[in-house]
Write a protein that binds this ligand. Structure first.
Ligand code: COA
Length: 193
């Protein structure tokens, strides 16, 4: 199974019900908004959800047989580098060339600990690697131990500490990076099943 499958199937999930993995599309706007407003503490403008639905970002979701969106990952389509970053946090200037930013990842509470985020993240990493990225970068709340554990299992390492980055919705952030030439990543190679 890989991120280019338009409608690839996985049997991972509660009661082994069939789940479907596919990119977001315009009709998914409401579900994207509802899921993200449920699982993230910060408030996003609707334009972010519209952009995801309109494929301005690379995205992948997992849907139940009833077409309920239960997990999502969103990443940039462009590479960030020190010559193009002006409105981003200061550490962006130190990111390697051809770094992709992972914007969002999350799973609805009833479907957590089923490896859904792991599957989506690995597909995202595979997509980035196939596009020639050298690294993937993200921010995570410093107290979000579940997400930090997920990222560390995938091979991400801490790169930056940003005090009060999430204010007023939360506190400090860690910037985490996965470089594709790191040995740890080749040990956790992208093999989403
Ligand atoms: C963090 C989050 C994305 C994990 O999603 P998930 O689909 O449950 O993750 P997975 O099942 O793939 O978990 C993979 C690993 O992450 C770690 N992990 C996930 N949830 C955890 C928790 N509550 N406590 C400790 N470790 C956790 C575990 O190591 C887990 O492996 P294991 O189940 O074999 O122990 C999910 O809890 C979530 O959506 N949280 C709210 C949104 C969010 O914080 N997103 C990240 C923003 S940076």
């Amino acid at each position: 199974m890989n991120c280019h499958d338009r409608r690839s199937k996985t049997r991972r999930g509660p009661e082994s019900k069939e789940l479907t993995k596919r990119p977001m599309r315009p009709g998914d706007f409401s579900q994207i908004k509802s899921l993200m407003e449920d699982i993230f503490p910060m408030k996003y403008p609707d334009s972010y959800f519209w952009d995801i639905a309109a494929a301005a970002y690379w995205s992948l979701g997992i849907f139940t047989a009833n077409d309920e969106l239960i997990a999502i990952v969103v990443a940039g389509k462009e590479f960030h580098n020190d010559r193009t970053i002006h409105d981003k946090p200061p550490e962006f200037r130190y990111l390697p060339e051809k770094t992709v930013y992972m914007y969002s990842i999350g799973t609805k509470p009833p479907y957590r600990r089923l490896k859904l985020s792991t599957i989506l993240a690995r597909d995202c990493l595979r997509m980035c690697r196939e596009r020639g990225a050298s690294a993937v970068y993200l921010h995570v709340m410093a107290e979000n131990l579940a997400a930090i554990r997920l990222y560390e299992k995938l091979g991400f390492k801490s790169f930056a500490f940003l005090a009060q980055y999430y204010s007023p919705y939360g506190g400090d952030a860690l910037g985490k990076i996965l470089r594709f030439d790191d040995k740890i990543h080749s040990n956790s190679e992208c093999t989403a099943k």
